[in-house]
Design a protein around this ligand. Structure first.
Ligand code: MEV
Length: 315
């Protein structure tokens, strides 16, 4: 008896951080994923063999958060391991880094693998809710955007609320993107808390920035559905500026964003919690995608080449 499950990585195209304040955001699952396997164990409790590739220090930095997250997931699923324990094995094509949804992907994969192992038959909605509890182990009070993308795949319009809004955005064609990893592991809880503190201190500065972020979400949805790549890119650039203004960018992120734009990306911005982690660059067409990825790699950074707006089978 064993169980297996997967969770996708993700890239936030618009409005990370703003989404915490119920402003709409747009997120896409990416092709890279985490796989969790469950094996029965003769010891009680759980043990983990984490074979995922990772940015240096990522796994070490997150070890306590991972423990908390796994315990949250077991609790939410009402799984009692006091008599018969399990061994959890994590693997897959997603290289762990900040900003790429590594924690959400592992929560979703684990929830699915446990559901499979214990024959619990949880639906995607239930898996998403369980993964959300797991995400709390990593970042306090997450908006839920990451686990939603990681569970359902595709391109998603997301709004946090009493009842989260989750609408699929259909694209006529998937669009190539490049993600670039600064190699810096960042702490999302600290990034989110920093925004809250500054916003409370200086509402006159922050409120107009948040209003503009909201406008951008609606403009971006139209541009995505209309395949207006130039407009999408322009809005991504503006979104990055807003993220700079709320102080969640960093010099490495700004450097890589500029590099991507200088090599032809139609737009580029930080993605995820910021203060390190990843950027996303809009690079429609394989040639442009290769050019931008090569330029970033030449500077010694790792990249992921993938698409947004794919159906699950294309991811
Ligand atoms: C992290 O991927 C996205 C943030 O907006 C936090 C969240 O939504 O929970 C920074």
């Amino acid at each position: 008896m064993s169980g297996e499950g997967i969770g996708f990585g993700k890239a936030i195209l618009f409005n990370e951080h703003f989404v915490v304040y119920k402003i709409p955001a747009i997120v896409s699952a990416i092709g890279n994923y985490t796989v969790a396997k469950i094996l029965p164990s003769d010891k009680s409790g759980w043990q983990i063999e984490d074979n995922r590739k990772a940015t240096p220090n990522y796994k070490e930095d997150k070890i306590e958060q991972q423990k908390k997250s796994i315990n949250n997931i077991l609790k939410k699923m009402n799984i009692d391991l006091s008599k018969n324990g399990v061994k959890i094995i994590l693997d897959g094509t997603l290289c762990c880094a900040s900003g790429i949804g590594a924690s959400a992907a592992s929560c979703v994969a684990l929830a699915r693998a446990l559901s499979d192992h214990f024959n619990l038959n949880f639906s995607d909605e239930e898996i998403n809710n369980i993964a959300y509890e797991g995400e709390k182990g990593y970042h306090g009070m997450p908006s839920g955007i990451d686990n939603t993308a990681s569970t359902f795949g595709g391109l998603i319009w997301f709004e946090k609320g009493e009842q989260n809004v989750m609408d699929k955005i259909s694209l006529p064609n998937p669009i190539e993107i490049v993600m670039g990893n600064t190699g810096k592991v960042a702490n999302t809880t600290a990034a989110v808390a920093g925004v809250r503190e500054r916003k409370e201190k200086d509402p006159d500065k922050y409120n107009p920035i948040f209003d503009r972020a909201e406008n951008i979400a609606y403009l971006a949805k139209d541009a995505l559905q209309g395949e207006d790549y130039r407009e999408i890119g322009k809005l991504m650039n503006e979104n990055h500026k807003l993220l700079q203004q709320i102080e969640v960018s960093s010099k490495e992120l700004d450097f890589m964003v500029k590099l991507a734009r200088d090599h032809g990306a139609l737009g580029a911005k930080l993605t995820g919690g910021g203060l390190g982690g990843n950027i996303i660059a809009l690079t429609p067409g394989r040639d442009l995608q290769d050019d931008v990825a090569n330029a970033i790699e030449k500077e010694g950074f790792q990249t992921v080449k993938t698409v947004i707006g794919a159906t699950r089978s294309e991811e």
